[in-house]
Design a protein around this ligand. Structure first.
Ligand code: IVH
Length: 718
């Protein structure tokens, strides 16, 4: 860098200014290349900025001297808010698709009908490979590149000029002769190999970032790993910092024009030749077809070449060659009548299945996932595919080591269609789906017709822990106020709560919890300061809940509130319930018979209970919990928990299943105050048959009148 103090801009002559601008452009370009090309800058950022500012100062003084390759056109064009919007001189439209010979023939027939072209006259087309990239619109005035805009909504896009200026395949100046003003359209894309290399760099950057996160370091900018070359190209063009765009290997094929001051050619084919002469790259595989009958062979040839091309294509665009005919045909909707995209069928690929991974969802479902040798299918690198479930693997007899056929259509998740049996290794064995949970080691079982195998370690399985804890603390279960999803997640992530019993040991960690942001005693917000105390108080208040809530809170499959109630009422105490559930493991045992005899508990429910108790880890977690928070036996519970606690109840009429005395005694046991006459203070009026004036009065007062059956239900008499 020039170490002499630079001369005051105001004292420069025009010739000196031009000379310095030229030198600065070269010098800044040199540093740019070092910066992102080799990642080895020679100068500091501050020195670099000095050069850029000097360049800008001279340009401000001599605007006429601003160079096409000026660094100021490349750097800092976009604001933090994004790109400026810009309208296209003519809308950028899309293409209709065809997928077969017949559909293509119909497209040609419609052109013939529209223009009345006789059968003996051939339709000449230009066939161009269709690259799935990002289409852009480049405006040239007097041969100079003025502006580059993304397609956007077709009428208006984003001005990405500064970024496009970093692409070598976009000419700054057109070679003469050229129309005074013309919009050139083309596709920005990334080659497959460049995409794979770029993706690998991004994956590494992401891994580094995750490592920094784990160590609590500074993260820096978000890292995006693109899923396909199209995303990579689009993301690169839409970078706010052109230096980043410059580091991405982007290319452009030009293929169309928008608004133009004068028509540059009479045929599309001739127009493509102009594009090349002006300095653009036209896809070298583009070809003029003398007749529509040649399209089929061209399409087939492209399909055959597709896999070996350096870039991904998803079809071929056929454009009527005569521009006068194009003009007459015009557009229908958002697509031209004179061009069509003949798409390839969904791409398939074969690769080797290296492993089957089992993922455990939040509800305990075991889902198999194929891990394959990475392969590109339909423009996307694929390494994983879902295998759906156990039966699907068995049905297709998919084995590790097999060569599998993958298919991907559009953005859909890749699927394994089947296996290439000829390529099966001799030692490949049928896949044995695991019967234990890969996360926690508990049994994984299938329930009747269910295709899904599930982990039974609900309480102890880390994959399910947060979900289970959420249920455990929820209003209808343990009903612990303040222990919602967010706090559970935090307590789980911090390692303080892994199982339900841990909730009741939280008081030991109060000091640590108070250190957390938003939980602290030192917080200025009064709510935050009291958060830990309030939470611990709420937990303490629910240390001894009725047995039925306790059972429901365990989240055993099929044991909802109703079944929990039936069990609690039948077995009364936790100890009794626990002992009988263990004994019920033996089919035909007394305990199993007893369980089955409970009205409402069918065989499937019995099976779930027995499974739960047969899982040593679940049982250990349960015992741990019962030690910390022993539930109240069912009898004692009823009063506090029944809807009649503290309520005034009147019985009237003849009851069918209970004598009046029995009913009244029972209501009192549930905490009710039983009275003989109805008044405004009465909460419930239970009416039997032949109820007389009391029922009428209750109705007049608008009291809650219930039948004997409703009473039995509320009282938990089944
Ligand atoms: S011509 C009115 N030519 O395909 C005609 N498009 O589905 C407009 N594309 O938005 C487009 N290769 O992004 C044309 N040789 C080609 C193309 C091509 C790729 C894309 C382009 C366009 C989309 C339409």
């Amino acid at each position: 860098m020039n170490t002499l103090r630079p001369r005051d801009v105001a004292s420069l002559t025009e010739a000196e200014a031009a000379e310095e601008l030229e030198a600065l452009a070269a010098e800044i370009a040199h540093h740019d290349a070092l910066y992102h090309g080799k990642d080895a800058p020679e100068i500091s950022d501050a020195d670099y900025d000095t050069l850029v500012r000097r360049n800008r100062a001279i340009e401000a003084q001599f605007p006429a001297l601003i160079r096409m390759d000026s660094p100021s056109r490349r750097v800092g064009a976009a604001t933090a808010e994004g790109f400026a919007k810009s309208r296209h001189g003519e809308p950028m439209l899309s293409l209709n698709n065809v997928f077969s010979d017949a559909e293509f023939a119909e497209f040609c027939a419609s052109i013939r009908r529209f223009l009345r072209v006789p059968a003996e006259e051939a339709l000449r087309f230009v066939a161009e490979p269709k690259i799935d990239g990002l289409s852009i619109n480049l405006l040239y005035e007097d041969g100079a590149f003025i502006r580059g805009v993304t397609r956007g909504d077709g009428n208006e896009g984003e001005d990405v000029t500064a970024n496009l200026l970093t692409m070598p395949s976009i000419p700054r100046r057109l070679h003469a002769p050229f129309p005074a003003r013309i919009e050139i359209r083309g596709e920005v894309f990334m080659d497959k190999a460049d995409f794979l290399a770029f993706r690998a760099t991004q994956e590494q950057a992401l891994a580094d970032r995750e490592a920094r996160r784990a160590q609590g370091g500074r993260l820096g900018d978000a890292v995006i790993v693109p899923v396909n070359p199209r995303n990579a190209a689009a993301g690169s063009v839409r970078q706010l910092n052109p230096r980043i765009t410059a580091s991405r290997p982007l290319k452009l094929f030009a293929y169309a024009m928008g608004a133009a001051s004068e028509p540059p050619a009479e045929s599309h084919h001739a127009f493509l030749q102009h594009l090349e002469r002006w300095g653009f790259t036209v896809n070298p595989l583009s070809e003029l077809l003398d007749s529509e009958t040649e399209a089929e062979a061209f399409q087939r040839g492209m399909g055959d070449q597709r896999a070996s091309l350096p870039y991904d294509i998803d079809g071929v665009v056929y454009k009527l060659d005569r521009l006068d005919w194009q003009r007459r045909l015009g557009f229908v909707g958002r697509a031209p009548r004179w061009a069509v995209a003949w798409k390839f069928p969904a791409e398939q690929a074969t690769t080797v299945l290296q492993a089957i991974e089992i993922q455990v969802g939040r509800t305990g479902a075991l889902t198999p996932r194929a891990v394959m040798q990475p392969v590109t299918v339909g423009g996307v690198v694929v390494r994983h595919a879902t295998l759906h479930n156990e039966d699907e693997i068995a049905r297709k007899d998919i084995r590790i080591g097999d060569t599998v056929i993958l298919q991907r259509a559009g953005d859909v998740i890749p699927q394994i269609l089947g296996v290439v049996l000829d390529k099966r290794p001799a030692d490949a064995v049928p896949y044995a789906f695991p019967t234990v949970c890969p996360v926690c080691g508990s049994h994984a079982i299938r329930d009747g017709e269910d295709v899904v195998r599930r982990c039974t370690g609900g309480l102890v399985c880390p994959a399910q822990a947060v979900e289970r804890l959420k249920h455990f603390a929820s209003r209808r279960a343990m009903d612990i106020e303040g222990l919602g999803e967010e706090n559970i997640q935090k307590l789980f992530d911090e390692g303080l709560v892994k199982s339900p019993a841990d909730v009741f040991r939280l008081a030991q960690h109060a000091d640590r919890m108070r250190q957390w942001e938003g939980w602290g005693a030192r917080s200025k917000k009064a709510d935050d300061a009291r958060k830990v105390t309030k939470l611990l108080d709420a937990i303490e208040a629910r240390r001894h809940v009725p047995l039925e809530r306790f059972i429901f809170a365990l989240g055993i499959r099929r044991i909802g509130e109703q079944n929990a109630k039936l069990l609690a009422r039948h077995y009364h105490s936790f100890e009794e319930w626990r002992a009988k559930m263990i004994d019920a493991h033996v089919i035909g045992s007394e305990a199993r018979e007893e369980l089955g005899s409970i009205q409402g508990i069918g065989p499937a429910i019995a099976e779930e209970l027995v499974e739960f108790f047969a899982e040593p880890r679940a049982l250990a977690a349960l015992d741990d919990l019962a030690k910390e928070a022993p539930p109240l036996p069912a009898e004692a519970v009823s009063a506090a928990d029944s809807p009649f606690a503290g309520k005034t109840v009147v019985f009237t009429g003849t009851l069918e299943t209970l004598t009046r005395d029995e009913a009244e005694a029972q209501a009192e046991r549930l905490g009710a105050k039983v009275t003989k006459s109805v008044s405004k203070k009465t909460d419930f009026v239970v009416v039997g048959t032949d109820a007389g004036s009391k029922a009428t009065k209750a109705a007049e007062l608008g009291l809650r009148v219930i039948t004997e059956a409703e009473y039995r239900d509320l009282a938990g008499l089944g």
